[in-house]
Design a protein around this ligand. Structure first.
Ligand code: PEP
Ligand code: MG
Length: 327
């Protein structure tokens, strides 16, 4: 079975009716890059930049971050790399920041992601500078985590443009057109008001891990409620469906990059919603490709509509298991 999967590496990722689907990799550590390429990733849909801050008792400066990011962009050899700015706080910690940010009573609802980056904007300035310089080596996109609303994107973009100006003044070569700046859609507020975010976002990446956690108010790391964590809850699915629809109407590229995207069972649902870009752990790339090559987009659309008429997620799970496009 593994050989069969390996044979899929170089075949196009397209549905049975010939619709191309981008399968990107989520990368947490640079060491995963080779697995992504070996499994046929056509880009990196989520580079979690936290690795540059972990296991260090100091904050990496612009040059150090630039070196690490440029190396990854070069190794991807012209394939797009979506670099997410620091998503630290909550359950993710960095030694060098621990002394400065107290962990609040409820870290998941506390100072994390873009909130922290805007509070300590020098963090964001250094990251943007490193990313902009790395973007000279290949196509890059810049992704902002934990966005609640358009105000954060407006502020982030101001800083982004100021940093670009500074770099040019200092004589650094950076691309004339700045890389696209987009938002993670992983907080219900952002998903619900997705039309307002469209004005400030060049692309969206739906983070189903946090979107599920915040929509259902379930902390997955809490054993007492972890069993209730359910990405197939109809409320979560509606948010995902609506974000994909609005993005489509406004011609804004959208991807899904949470764990759900790497589960072959959910592929018909996403394709049926109109999604054409999924990003996942490298190990899931080939199983997902295998699944989508058997799908027909119109049939998937029909199936997705049927799923969305359901209110019981156990029933939804059963329906997804039953869908068989080999007909
Ligand atoms: C998510 O929340 O779905 C996501 C992809 O981000 P992370 O898992 O890094 O929080
Ligand atoms: Mg997240």
């Amino acid at each position: 079975a593994r050989d069969k999967l390996a044979a899929l590496r170089d075949v196009p990722s397209a549905t049975r009716d010939g619709v191309d689907i981008d399968l990107h990799a989520n990368i947490e550590l640079p060491i995963e890059l080779s697995a992504a390429l070996e499994n046929g990733a056509t880009g990196i849909g989520l580079l979690r930049s936290e690795f540059m801050f972990m296991n260090k008792d100091y904050l990496p400066d612009e040059d150090e971050q630039y070196e690490e990011l440029a190396d990854i962009v070069k190794r991807m050899d012209g394939k797009p790399v979506t670099i997410r700015t620091l998503d630290i706080g909550g359950e993710k910690l960095a030694v060098a920041l621990q002394s400065e940010i107290a962990s609040g009573p409820n870290p998941a609802l506390g100072l994390r992601g873009i909130r922290l980056s805007l509070r300590k904007s020098e963090l964001l300035e250094v990251q943007f500078a490193a990313i902009l310089r790395a973007s000279l080596h290949g196509p890059v996109r810049v992704l902002i985590p934990m966005v609640v609303g358009v105000h954060e994107m407006t502020r982030a973009r101001q800083i982004y443009e100021t940093v670009a100006k500074r770099l040019r003044k200092e004589g650094h070569a950076i691309p004339e057109t700045l890389p696209p700046l987009g938002a993670m859609i992983e907080i219900p507020a952002a998903a619900i008001a997705i039309d307002t975010l469209s004005r400030e976002c060049d692309f969206f990446a739906i983070g189903t891990n946090d979107l599920t956690q915040y929509t259902l108010a379930i902390d997955r790391t809490d054993d007492q409620v972890a069993g209730l964590y359910d990405p197939l809850n109809p409320a979560v699915l509606r948010l995902i469906r609506d974000v994909i629809r609005v993005a489509g109407e406004r011609d804004i590229p959208v991807s899904v990059c949470g764990e759900m995207a790497g589960d072959p069972r959910y592929v018909p649902l996403f394709i049926g919603f109109g999604l054409r870009n999924l990003s996942m752990s490298p190990v899931n790339l080939l199983p997902v490709k295998q699944r989508l090559r058997r799908l027909d987009t119109r049939n998937s659309h029909h199936q997705a509509n049927r799923v969305m008429e359901q209110w019981d997620s156990a029933r939804i799970a059963m329906m997804l298991d039953d869908f068989n496009d080999l007909a």
